[in-house]
Design a protein around this ligand. Structure first.
Ligand code: TXA
Ligand code: MG
Length: 315
């Protein structure tokens, strides 16, 4: 299959929408990372997503919608969910909510669960596309277990990318947030952090007026879907909390200059936006990678989560 690279203009959007309407899968920009989109109502399209990613089919997908009404047609929005949606949608927040009967979502999307992960992305290109297509299921547009893509070039990377496996990529440049969305659910009634991500957990707790229960899995204990041990794996071995590199290591700096710095100034949003591209560029040198300590608050908590997974032992 030839993978088309589409511009995010009217004709590119029309082409992407037409491929999606025919059950093809298309990589699309969002503010967090590029997603591999398929029509969420079309079981065959959803099967193509799993197939292109090589993803185990027990791992449920996030569904992206254009607005709150589209979300309410698919899931039961509890009062806490409505409060979070009002504060953070569109944006880098995914809510795991009870799936409505007759929502019209292919059962493969939720992998048989009674809940569904929903998000309204803020990226203008994703918004424009969703208004043409309706709900799109989209996991991150990387092969299963690899680093999430924050540029169209990452999606098409000859080393482990999806070139030739998908219909097209809609290229809107680098993703501004750079980390996957923060996932919140209510697994035992209380709001819980299921995955730290591009929206800081502290901001969510502020709106709820209570801290989030912490349900995101220990990276060494793969007990939940999507929480596999080495989930964000580069090829190289990664050493964390490294103030300086050992001989032969590539150093990823934080708050200091350097060819692989995440941020010269210590700005966590900048570090998040650069994280995955920096890991990929460092990995290409073929040496072990040493990463400087990153503060563990705000977006730093999500950055450290991804780094721990990238450093976890491989199977
Ligand atoms: O920023 C993002 O969230 C990106 C962009 C494309 O939107 N998407 C993304 O999707 O990161 P993915 O599939 O790589 O991660 C989705 C996570 C998985 O860990 C999955 O297990 C979890 O969401 N998930 C999906 N549905 C769920 C459900 N019903 N209950 C619990 N977890 C769920
Ligand atoms: Mg992913």
């Amino acid at each position: 299959m030839h993978t088309e690279r589409l511009s995010p203009d009217d004709s590119g959007l029309a082409r992407a929408a037409s491929l999606l309407a025919r059950g093809q899968v298309v990589a699309i920009p969002t503010e967090t990372v590029y997603g591999l989109a398929g029509d969420a109502r079309d079981g065959q399209a959803v099967a193509r997503i799993y197939e292109a990613k090589g993803r185990p089919s027990f791992n449920p997908l996030i569904v992206h919608v254009a607005d709150g009404n589209a979300a309410r047609a698919i899931a039961d929005m509890t009062p806490q969910a409505e409060a979070l949606a009002a504060a953070f949608w569109p944006g880098a927040l995914t809510l795991v909510l009870p799936l409505r009967a007759n929502a019209g979502i292919a059962s493969l999307v939720t992998a048989g669960l009674s809940t569904i992960a929903l998000r309204i992305p803020a990226h203008p290109v994703a918004q424009a596309l969703l208004r043409r297509t309706g709900p799109l299921a989209a996991p991150s547009a990387n092969a299963s277990g690899r680093i999430s893509p924050t540029r169209a070039d990452h999606v098409l990377d000859p080393d482990g990318g999806l070139d030739g496996r998908i219909g097209a990529v809609l290229d809107a440049g680098p993703c501004p947030v750079g980390l996957e969305s923060t996932i919140v659910g209510w697994p035992d009634g209380r709001a819980a952090l299921l995955r730290p991500g591009g929206l800081p957990a502290e901001a969510i707790a502020d709106v709820l007026g209570q801290p989030l229960a912490d349900h995101h899995a220990d990276p060494a204990v793969p007990n939940a879907p999507g929480q596999l041990t080495s989930h964000y794996a580069p090829n190289a071995v990664l050493r964390l909390n490294a103030d300086s590199p050992a001989p032969g290591e590539t150093h990823i700096a934080f708050g200091a200059p350097g060819p692989f710095t995440l941020t010269e100034t210590g700005d966590l949003a900048q570090a998040a936006a650069r994280l995955f591209d920096t890991l990929r560029r460092a990995d290409r040198l073929g040496h072990p990678i040493a990463v400087a300590p990153i503060p563990d608050h705000g977006l730093g908590a999500a950055i450290n989560d991804r780094l721990r997974r990238a450093a976890a032992p491989r199977d």
